[in-house]
Design a protein around this ligand. Structure first.
Ligand code: UD1
Length: 332
């Protein structure tokens, strides 16, 4: 099979490209390298022992995409902006890149006669105040332009599946963390704001201490609960979803573990895995955070037998390996 991965040089994309190559597929990556890294793809090829093709460019470049799509069986569309806070101050950028980028990609797919798509969506399509756990039937209600830009994308896909012969799967990712077990590829965040990278920074002294954003939530230990999922499990979900494209129509799945972890539990896992206590201070709540986000992953399990296997210790262990083997991330 020939797969085209947009955003294939990014964090999730690089792990996905590796899995596709390892499964024997031909892979074309389209990435504008705004957040992706050539070095990530170089290492992916080294790990896989096989090359992929790279097209440097924007998914909204119609002539480039129509030509890239030639002979492609399935598109995995990951290229997007994902900073929730930035989307509040610069919403138009998110609608143009995320929603507009998908609209343009769909036009190129129609022109090129490609009709199978996996779409990276997000738990950010659900709103604050939703009942936990979140099922695919939970009414969406994004709290940010980022979430809205992704939800609009889902709606476009639903219509394209009805009005054209598109087959599409939206995967709503929860909190992806961790790295490939080799330690060769991982998340290169220039200024990390997510919990796991900040924990690693506190462990290596890059920041004096982790600030726990709120210890007074109405949760068992007072800190927020999230559904962290190992990047390798997330990638496995995509591989299963590709098989679903044998069936016509539109499909939607949550991709989480269904097992929430608190900030304190992440700190405990980091201590178990590294043998070092994470320096931390309890601080005020971060604006926009909700007490709990957890997936009900049962639809994916029941329909396709998909289940995330890796536990929190494995997520932190693999993130730590990547972090210590690559201080500062990929070489520029
Ligand atoms: C964020 C994004 C989400 C994205 C995900 C990627 C928001 C609102 N959501 O989720 O769309 O998919 O990242 O992984 O931005 N925390 C601390 N101290 C820190 C950093 C985080 O206590 O220094 C806490 C947060 O308050 C939160 C938890 O750790 O309770 C997880 O935070 P984070 O990793 O940033 O993920 P989310 O905010 O859940």
């Amino acid at each position: 099979m020939r797969a085209l991965v947009t955003g294939g040089a990014g964090y999730i994309g690089s792990h996905l490209v590796l899995a596709l190559l390892e499964a024997g597929h031909q892979v074309v990556v389209v990435d504008d390298l705004s957040n992706g890294h050539l070095e990530a793809l170089r290492r992916v090829e080294e790990l896989a022992g096989r090359p992929c093709s790279l097209i440097v460019g924007d998914v909204a470049d119609r002539p480039k995409m129509v030509s890239a799509l030639h002979g492609v069986d399935v598109v995995l569309h990951l290229a997007a902006f994902k900073a929730v806070g930035e989307s509040m101050t610069n919403p138009e950028r998110y609608f143009r890149n995320n929603t507009g980028g998908l609209a343009s990609l769909l036009e190129s797919m129609v022109d090129a006669g490609v009709s199978r798509l996996i779409y990276s969506s997000t738990a950010a399509v659900y709103g604050e105040g939703s009942l936990m756990p979140l099922t695919e039937q939970t009414p969406p209600g994004p709290d940010s332009p980022y979430g809205a830009s992704k939800l609009l994308g889902e709606q476009m896909l639903q219509w394209m599946c009805r009005c054209r012969d598109l087959r599409a799967v939206s995967l709503r990712y929860f909190n992806p963390v961790g790295a490939h077990p080799s330690g060769r590829i991982g998340e290169h965040a220039r200024t990390p704001s997510n919990l796991v990278p900040r924990v690693l920074m506190a462990l290596t002294g890059d920041v004096p201490a982790l600030t726990v954003f709120g210890a007074d939530y109405d949760t068992p230990d007072g800190t927020c609960l999230r559904d962290y999922i190992h990047i390798q499990d997330l990638v496995a979900a995509h591989m299963v979803a590709i098989g679903l494209l044998e069936r016509p129509g539109y499909h939607l799945y949550n991709v989480g573990t269904g097992r929430p972890s608190s900030v304190r539990e992440v700190l405990d896992a980091a201590r178990r895995v590294t043998g070092r206590a994470v320096p931390f201070v309890d601080g005020p709540r971060r604006a926009g955070d909700v007490p709990e986000t957890v997936a009900d992953p049962s639809r994916f399990r029941q329909d396709l037998g998909f289940e995330a296997k890796r536990d929190l210790d494995e997520m932190v262990r693999d993130a730590w390996r990547w972090w210590t083997q690559n201080p500062g991330g990929y070489p520029e």
